[in-house]
Design a protein around this ligand. Structure first.
Ligand code: BT5
Length: 273
């Protein structure tokens, strides 16, 4: 079981975490932590809530996809925030979350974890964590933001459909990882990254960090947006967080963070899809 008291105490004591998380809720089993967080958001509850579940029966990925969520071995977390920032900046929270996840893994379970732009964390090309951002419009008010994180920590038994594309920290390092330590470090890293989004040059610094932790760059990729699929050479992450693709005809195309629905390497049975 997660050490609820230790995680709650950490959130009260760490001043940076306190700015973002004022309440931590734990559930044995939820349909989806994101669903619960979105319900809180839509009935107008105040933000600053972290919701953990030991298992999920309907864990969700993007576009109605499912997140495999067995009990007691992994992390399923949603943060419900009211960021006081325009909704157009929300995609940067996704990148900031990815950076925080890699930093946390490097600290608690050192291994070759990298960002698969924009919202997967992979180890040797297998998915160890996924991020799902959700929001709703609230009739002119600042919209809430729900950031869902699923991380495979000590699971080593995946359903057949995921057996070649998913991994866990335990599989990658050979060690059982203390999930409560991981949760505390993660909340600190997330809060630090989100705090940094508020400062001057903040997006610039985030992009620099994301570039250095990103495995998507400098290879051929296929990117599916809601409008079309683009194939090209992933050249850079631009200052707006877009993926810069060099197309076959030599021209470049920017795939905005907010447009990003799906990304996989060309000619590869890539994770997550
Ligand atoms: C994501 O979606 O990667 C976002 C996943 C977010 C899950 C968290 S858990 C806490 C919070 N509450 C929720 O209900 N959701 C969030 P996407 O990029 O669409 O990837 C989904 C795909 O990843 C699936 O179609 C599978 O192929 C694969 N997948 C499912 N479960 C997995 C797992 N545990 N590990 C690795 N890959 C998985």
């Amino acid at each position: 079981m997660l050490d609820i008291d230790a995680i709650q105490a950490h959130c009260k004591q760490d001043p940076t975490v306190r700015e973002w998380v004022r309440e931590v809720l734990f559930f044995d089993c939820l349909r989806s932590t994101n669903r619960t967080a979105m319900e809180m958001a839509t009935i107008g509850m105040p933000g600053g809530v972290a919701i953990f579940a030991e298992s999920q029966t309907g864990g969700r990925g993007r576009l109605g996809r499912h997140w495999f969520s067995p009990a007691g071995i992994n992390l399923y977390l949603s943060l419900f925030l009211m960021p006081h920032q325009p909704a157009r900046t929300f995609p940067f929270f996704s990148l900031a979350t990815a950076v925080a996840l890699v930093q946390t893994i490097q600290k608690i379970a050192p291994c070759a974890a990298r960002i698969k732009w924009p919202n997967d964390i992979v180890i040797e090309n297998k998915k160890v964590a996924g991020i799902l951002l959700e929001s709703v419009t609230m009739g002119g008010q600042t919209p809430p933001l729900v950031i869902g994180i699923g991380m495979n920590v000590n699971g080593d038994d995946f359903p057949a459909a995921l057996s070649t594309t998913a991994t866990s920290l335990k599989i990658a390092t050979g060690n059982v990882v203390d999930r409560s330590d991981l949760a505390r470090e993660l909340l600190t890293a997330l809060s630090e990254q989100y705090r940094d989004l508020q400062g001057q040059d903040s997006f610039y610094r985030l992009i620099e960090r994301a570039r250095s932790l990103c495995q998507t760059l400098h290879q051929r990729v296929s990117v599916r947006t809601p409008r079309a699929t683009f194939e090209g050479w992933a050249e850079d992450i631009t200052s707006e967080g877009s993926l810069l693709l060099r197309m076959g005809d030599g021209r470049t195309r920017k795939i905005p963070l907010g447009d990003m629905v799906h990304l996989r390497e060309v000619n590869e049975n890539a994770p997550g899809h």
